[in-house]
Design a protein around this ligand. Structure first.
Ligand code: NOJ
Length: 536
């Protein structure tokens, strides 16, 4: 167990993911926009414990895009789509966030562009075009035989190759046919993308979330997946590290910027390879963790597994929800009828673990996924439910748009917006929002919760428990989450003192909260998580 004294900004507190389409709509077209975000920055951090106290925001794409994949199909990396606003709006947003001490990271999509991006329009114009090689073109066996058996990450799409009539070749797309993959083996591509990154760095952004970054390195022979369990383009890692080192060096030319990668590899050892050298990514999203079932052994094994595989310079990034995955309340609570208990325990986990918590918009409210009627489905990959707009106010007061939009929201809102909206939760000390902001500000106040070392503890059946402390053992904290449906008691442990102060429980109104309590035998409700200060 080791701890460090001075955290970087991206280690201190939560990075809050904003999906701009669904955050707040300022102009009434039913789609969220940049001015909507500006209007709600105080909710995220106004410098007081009444707000969520976020350290940084990550903005999902707002660039010019035909929106085939809702912005992950970029047609101009250096402009704002009119749907979301203008570059001037972006500059205002950046300035307003910085004025509140909130860093801003933007999503960057280096693996593919839109098929309407001028680069691809040129590339597909002829086999002789200078940009032909900027994408992955192959002959295959003519129009009836694809170059290999790779499939799109969206199962509904099927094969990852589309035949281009005019130039009689196939092009590769790891996602939609409207998202052709760039060819990172061509140095001009890498240089052009770094130019685009510099555009935003020069404007003052604090870092990037790198979309499917593991996928930029392709197997040079484009070998078939059939008959091999290891070799396919997403697993082709031998050639990824050099471009990432160059990208990292480019970022280092600026002051205090950060790279977090969407490294969608379901193997902890491969994941940590992106952060272990300290010369590539600062953070890598851990999808092995995000996809865990609600089982104590699985969580323990994953957390310990990460620590065991990580080097001394590696720093974890924890998350359990984003715009591509069902929300925690729907995954963990609803099937068991536990209300928001587990969604609340997840928040305590995220804020109390060693590592950077990533909180997806609405998680601070314990929102469930929305029910999307068949005729309102818009996403090719079933991700509409977790992308439902944020309810800012009760519909009875604010109308059907629940303060998200004065117009018709692009997706239906959750059914329970009347109860779960932001305004109501801000007023209610029992709400999940009230819990989230307490956890956030507690972490902001307590360096040991930011950069203290971490060690797992065995405190009893169904209990996930860990100690946070600096080397000398001063300022130690312990967190415990009960994964069972029934009450569980903390057992005697040589690792714990006799007593501690129960600073936070996820169960509102617990009578001994704030009190010094004996640890041996302390009872936790089903789904409850607690945070205890050991040194009084
Ligand atoms: C990952 C993004 O999070 C997802 O929303 C998108 O569809 C794919 N990458 C393709 O860019």
């Amino acid at each position: 167990m080791h701890g460090e004294a001075t955290p970087a900004w991206w280690q201190r507190g939560a990075i809050y993911q904003i999906y701009p389409r669904s955050f707040a709509d300022s102009d009434g077209d039913g789609v969220g926009d940049l001015r909507g975000i500006i209007a709600h920055l105080d909710h995220l951090n106004d410098g007081t414990p009444g707000s969520l106290g976020v350290e940084a925001i990550w903005l999902s794409p707002f660039y010019r895009s035909p929106m085939a994949d809702y912005g992950y199909d970029v047609s101009d990396y250096t402009d704002v789509d009119p749907l979301f606003g203008t570059l001037a709006d972006f500059d205002d947003l950046l300035g307003e966030a910085h004025a509140r001490g909130v860093k801003v990271i933007v999503d960057f999509v280096p693996n593919h562009t839109s098929d309407r991006h001028p680069w691809f329009v040129e590339s597909r114009s002829s086999r002789e075009d200078p940009k032909r090689d900027w994408y992955v073109w192959r002959d295959g066996g003519g129009p009836d035989r694809r170059p290999n058996d790779w499939v799109s990450n969206f199962p509904a799409v099927g094969p990852a190759w589309t035949w281009d009539e005019r130039t009689a070749q196939w092009y590769l797309h790891s996602f939609l046919p409207q998202q052709p993959d760039l060819n990172w083996d061509n140095p001009e591509v890498e240089a052009a993308l770094y130019d685009a990154m510099r555009f935003w760095l020069d404007r003052g952004v604090d870092g990037f979330r790198l979309d499917v970054i593991h996928a930029i390195a392709k197997d040079p022979e484009l070998r078939s997946n059939r008959g091999s369990d290891r070799v396919h383009h997403e697993d082709w890692q031998p050639t990824i590290h050099e471009p990432l080192q160059r990208m990292s060096a480019m970022i280092d030319g600026y002051d205090d910027r950060m790279l977090v990668g969407e490294v969608y590899l379901l193997d902890l050892h491969r994941l940590v390879a992106y952060v272990n050298s300290g010369r590539e990514l600062h953070l890598a999203h851990n999808f092995t963790f995000a996809r865990l079932p609600w089982e104590v052994a699985a969580f323990r094994e994953n957390i310990d597994g990460w620590e065991a595989a990580a080097s001394d310079v590696a720093w974890p990034a924890w998350f359990l929800a984003n715009h591509d995955h069902p929300r925690t309340a729907s995954r963990f609570d609803h099937p068991r009828g536990t209300g928001q208990a587990r969604a609340r325990a997840v928040l305590l986990l995220l804020y109390a673990m060693r590592g950077t918590p990533f909180v997806y918009q609405g998680e601070e409210l314990g929102l469930p996924d929305a029910q999307i009627p068949r005729e309102r489905v818009v996403d090719v990959d079933g991700r509409d439910p977790e992308r439902a707009p944020i309810p800012w106010a009760p519909p009875s007061r604010a109308g059907a748009g629940a303060g998200f939009s004065p117009g018709d929201p692009w997706l239906p809102l959750i059914a329970d917006a009347e109860r779960l909206n932001v305004a109501s939760q801000r007023e209610d000390p029992a709400s999940t929002f009230a819990l989230a902001r307490r956890l956030a500000w507690l972490r902001r106040r307590e360096p040991v919760l930011q950069v203290g070392g971490q060690r797992s503890l065995a405190l009893g059946e169904d209990l996930l428990a860990w100690l946070r402390a600096f080397g000398g053992g001063d300022h130690a904290w312990v967190a415990v989450a009960n994964f069972a449906l029934q009450e569980r008691r903390i057992g005697a442990s040589p690792d714990l003192p006799e007593r501690g102060v129960l600073e936070v429980s996820t169960v509102h109104g617990r009578p001994d909260e704030g009190c010094e309590v004996p640890l041996d035998g302390l009872a936790l409700d089903g789904g409850e998580a607690v945070l205890l200060r050991l040194s009084v």
